[in-house]
Structure formats: C-alpha cells, structure tokens
Design a protein around this ligand. Sequence first.
Ligand code: B12
Length: 448
Amino acid sequence: MKVLLISPNTLTVPYPVYPIGLDYVAGCLAAEHQVEIADLNIIDREGLASLLLDFSPDIIGLSLRNVDNTEIETPLFFIEEYKELVAWLRARSQAVLVCGGAGFTILPQEIFAALDLDYGIIGEGERFGLLVDALANKHSLSDIPGLLSHSGPAQVPAPWTGKQQRHVPRSTAHYQFYLDHGGMLNLQTKRGCSFRCIYCPYPHIEGKTQRLLPPDEVARTALGLEQAGAKYFFITDSIFNSDIGHSLAVAKAFQQCGVSIPWGGFFAPLKLPKGYFKTMHEAGLKHVEFGTESLCRKMLQNYRKPFQPEDVLTAHRQALDAELHVAHYFLMGGPGESENTVQETLTNIASLNKTVLFFFTGIRIYPHTALYDLALAEDQISATTDLLKPVFYESDAITHQAIEKAILHQAGKRINWIVGSGGTEAAATVSKMHQRGYTGPLWEYLIR
Ligand code: B12
C-alpha cells in the first residue's frame, strides 16, 4: 500500500511544532508499505497536488493535533481549515482518508461528523498499521481497537502494548523548516498521565497509566535528531518529572550517549529530591515550564493538583539554583475561583522571582474530565452540547474578563506577565528572532 501522512498544522504560536506524532505513525507501518510524509509547514498546496499525482496514495492519514487554541480572549478554531483540506484532497485523490491525533482523540465523533473521513483512530497512532494491513489484505476491520467508521462509533482503546517505533527520517529537508525557525525538534520519553487534574484531557489522550520508553532508546533518538541539525529539544511528555527515577535515567542516558544540545519540557512543581534540577542541568536541561495553574491553596485543591503553593515556591527556587530558565503556566477561572482566590494567586506570585508567567483565563470543558461532569451538574452544558467549538467553564463568582483585568492591573508594565500564548504580536517577535538565528523557546528573553 502507498501511504501518505499529512500534518496540516501550520500554527506558528508560540512557535512551529515539529509533527512528532506522524513519526510514530510512519514507524508502525510494515516494511512492504511505502510511506511519504507531507508537512504543510514545508510543502504548499501546489507541491501537495504534485505529490498526490506522482505518489498516488492508497491511504491518506491526517494528523489532527489542534482543534483550537484554547484561548478565551483570542480564539482560533481550525476545523474549518481541515474541512477545506479534506474536500480539496477528495477532489484530487481516491485514497481512503483516515484521521487521528491528540485533538481528534479528545472529540472523535464530533470531528468525524464534521469532516468527510472514511476512518478515525482514537488514541495512539500505532493502530494505523493494523488498519493499513487489514485494508491491504481485505481483512475484517472489526477487531481494530479504537477504529471509528461509518458503520459505528468506537470504544476508547486500551493503551497500545505492541511495537512502538519512531521513524526518524534521514533527509535534512524533512526538518529544515524547524531548523530555520528556532532549531527545535521534539522527543517523547513516556506515554500516559496518572494525575487526576479535573480539567485535563491528557489521561484520556495518552492513557491513565504511564508507559516508560527505555532511556537509552530515547537518547539514541535524541542523538539522531541532534546529528540531523536540531539545536534544542522539547520533551513532549505531559509531565516529564511525573516519574522522577525515569526522568533522571533519561538525563543520564543523554550524557552517556553524548547528546550535547539543550532541552526543556513540562514539569510539575512536586516535592523533588535534593539536587534533582542540578543533575538535570548537567545533562542539558535549560528550560523548565511548570504547570502550576494557581497559587491559591483552595484552587489547587479544587483542581486536584498534587502539590501546594509552598511546593511551587520550593521547586521554583530549586530550578533557579540550578541556573535554569523557569516559566509558570496559570489556568484561572475554574470551579470556586473568585476575586479572593485570584488575589491570593496574584499575591503569591510576588514570591516567584526571575521567571515568565503565562496566564490562561478560561478553562475549556473537555469530555472525559471531572470538570465536564461538574459543568453538567451545574447546567453549564447539557449531554448534547457540542464541545467541538470551545465552551469554557464559568465560575459563578467571577468572570474571565474580571480575572484578566486583575492580572493586567497587577502586571502593570512588566513584560514577563503574558496572557495566553502572547498572540500574533508574540508570534511576530518570535519569527523575527528565528530569522536572526535565535534558537529554543525564546521566552527566556522575557525573564524578569
Ligand atoms: C507538548 C505539547 C505542546 C508543546 C509542543 C512543543 C514541541 N516542540 O513539540 C507546546 C508547549 C509548544 C504546545 C503548544 C500548543 N499546544 Co500543545 N500539547 C502538547 C502535548 C502535551 C503533547 C503533544 C505531543 O507532542 N505528544 C507526543 C506525540 C508523539 O503524540 P501525538 O502528536 O498526539 O501523536 C500520537 C497520537 O495522537 C497519534 N497520531 C498523531 N497523528 C496521527 C495521525 C493519524 C492518521 C493517526 C491514525 C494517529 C495519529 O499517534 C501518535 C503516537 O501515538 C499535548 C497534550 C497531550 N498529552 O497530547 C498538547 C496539545 C496537543 N496542545 C494543545 C494546544 C491547544 C496547543 C496550543 C494551541 C496552545 C496555545 N494556545 O499556544 C499550542 C499550539 C502549538 C503549535 N504550533 O501547534 C491541545 C490540542 C487540543 C485542542 N484543544 O486543540 C493539546 C491536546 C493539549 C490540550 N489542551 O488538551 N503544546
């Protein structure tokens, strides 16, 4: 079979993100199939039309990562673009159209209904290999877990336990766009999230139990990407330090393997062993992005975060002591948020020195979360509410506009307080810096 995998994600906020998911999808295909990857950051419509003509794929796999930008004040919604792309592909190709990806996994039925697709695969993309084999051999598709089709909905599949292999393309052309726009490629060291934060779809996307990749395998992939020109890695794990021992083992493997470029990722401000960040720093860690969400004790409890405000301050200090660049993300407006809880967070933020703060002031309601159940019980949504277009939770004690006003008031002229991802203005600055050869996430230039 000839398989064309397409990444339609051309969003440049906060910077262009390499479509790592498709490397895993390509890696699961049996050797007898031919595979091409078309990344719409690299190839334009004219190029894609030629590829469709020359390669003539039997199956097209579409990676649907982002549904929207989850920003209440400056919303972007991508489904119309995907709809247009699917119609465009249908007009030029007879190929079977299959969709998957993180965004798709959150709202599969809704996206399947909105786009003219043949199949959708919920969850990990490794099942795509089963579909391709079954279609090639005209076998029944009924026992492929998580496969959505016109003959019916699919169950959420159990975590993939078969072979999982990242296909790391050798041609530099495949990466050049990312090398020219910040030099950042990405790495996964494990799948799954066992935290229970009420608003978060990650356990649904990746599974609730953690599956760890062998550290030496991660390090070998990292070295391959470094040799292909990467200047920086982002570790895409939901929370890199949720398994402290594994994160340390990965860091050690980087050192043993000779990985020499800097890297960063998402961390939780948990209680950490002494010297944790120092060891990480020695292995190349440069940027720490803490998913702090609130500095109000009651709100952290309401969100079911596994840490307290004092843990945040300790982890922050430990990271600074290890000479790392530190950012904190805040998610405000959840159940129980009020003027008082917002003020508590803003007051406690004063203790976070030398940092960048990203504020999101509305929480998108995702299915399969405790926030969904709560919004249902509070009649904010009904069982038939279409959540494809973002619906944000409303606290009955404060509006998201009032939260934003309070943040902006407290921020004053400080440039290290950013609401959302910074929008088009930040994207333009990032793009200029990339043109001048700056690499990495770049928020470190805003640290105050
Ligand atoms: C890491 C991450 C980031 C990092 C990325 C850094 C980097 N250099 O890679 C940063 C912080 C920059 C970021 C930014 C944003 N992110 Co983000 N991010 C993630 C996260 C945690 C992991 C994504 C990832 O790479 N996973 C690892 C890879 C291997 O998995 P994968 O791509 O999902 O692919 C697997 C499957 O999905 C599937 N698959 C993928 N493609 C295909 C195709 C087919 C055909 C099939 C069958 C299967 C398949 O197979 C793969 C292997 O199993 C996810 C949440 C999550 N846990 O998934 C959010 C997530 C993807 N992000 C999200 C969003 C919204 C954003 C932003 C728009 C936020 C913002 N306002 O700035 C931006 C967009 C950036 C951009 N340019 O696209 C949302 C998307 C959902 C939505 N509402 O649209 C998610 C799901 C988080 C959430 N809110 O729930 N993000």
